[in-house]
Design a protein around this ligand. Sequence first.
Ligand code: GRG
Length: 288
Amino acid sequence: MSYQERYDYFRRAAEEALRAALPGDVPEPLRSAMQYSLLAGGKRLRPVLLLAAYNLLCEDITPALPFAAALEMVHTYSLIHDDLPAMDNDDLRRGKPTCHKVYGEGMAVLAGDGLLSLAFETMAASQHPRAFAAMKELALRCGTRGMVAGQCADLTAEEKGGSEELLHYIHLHKTADLLTAPIVMGLTLAGADEGLLAAGRAYGRHMGVAFQIIDDILDVVGSEAVLGKHIGKDAEENKCTWVSVYGMEKARQDAAKYTQAAEDSLSAMGEKANFLKTLARQALVRVQ
Ligand code: GRG
């Protein structure tokens, strides 16, 4: 299988699991609001990362699918809340009107809340013998010492102004934590030893920081049509980004540096890790 065929195989499997995980007995319009954002598209990067990490040790990815779906639910909740007027105030996401534009602010808050709870319900229902450890990893990475803490720093930086220390904190927690979680969860579910988990953590951290640096760059030079969201918002809102703190040239250099570090983290694994190494490279040259 080529890199792209493998990516599509993982993405399709995750999308099927996502569709199956949304219960039929959620009241309307909450169910429609959750479904609207969940099935709006996107790269499905986090579930793909989880399935690829799991697949390093286990051939059959079926037992990992509820966890892949859960990750995308948490990611989607964060995007819905991030787009709200109280946060980034965006009306376009994944090429479509944002959840609150279609369903109203109150329903968008509830859709996000609902997806976060459903993520943990879905993982618990899997009855996987290592579900508890995977759930704990996700709770830590998405919560008040992880993604939510990063978002808090991002919001306060708008008022306080940015510093290098704050910038690194934001990138590590707002973005890299939710890109490290899939790797650690996939490896944990597959029964990896501590050496492999440490390599996975380093890969996720470096790739995640590179991913957010590219996000910062694309907000300046990207195409709205390709990205499916408005650009130029970081400068408008005085955000603390790699471009605002270091300038465009260093941002590009650092994205390449962190990507190389991500690849190097997996060097002991040889060819088995080729998919994840290529994924990091592709994330560096992404345009969406
Ligand atoms: C708890 C009220 C409340 C809000 C939480 C934590 C949070 C809001 C938001 C998370 C911050 C956030 C949106 C970070 C950006 C991370 C990022 C680069 C998102 C885009 O990811 P892609 O490019 O998107 O993978 P697609 O659309 O492809 O899935």
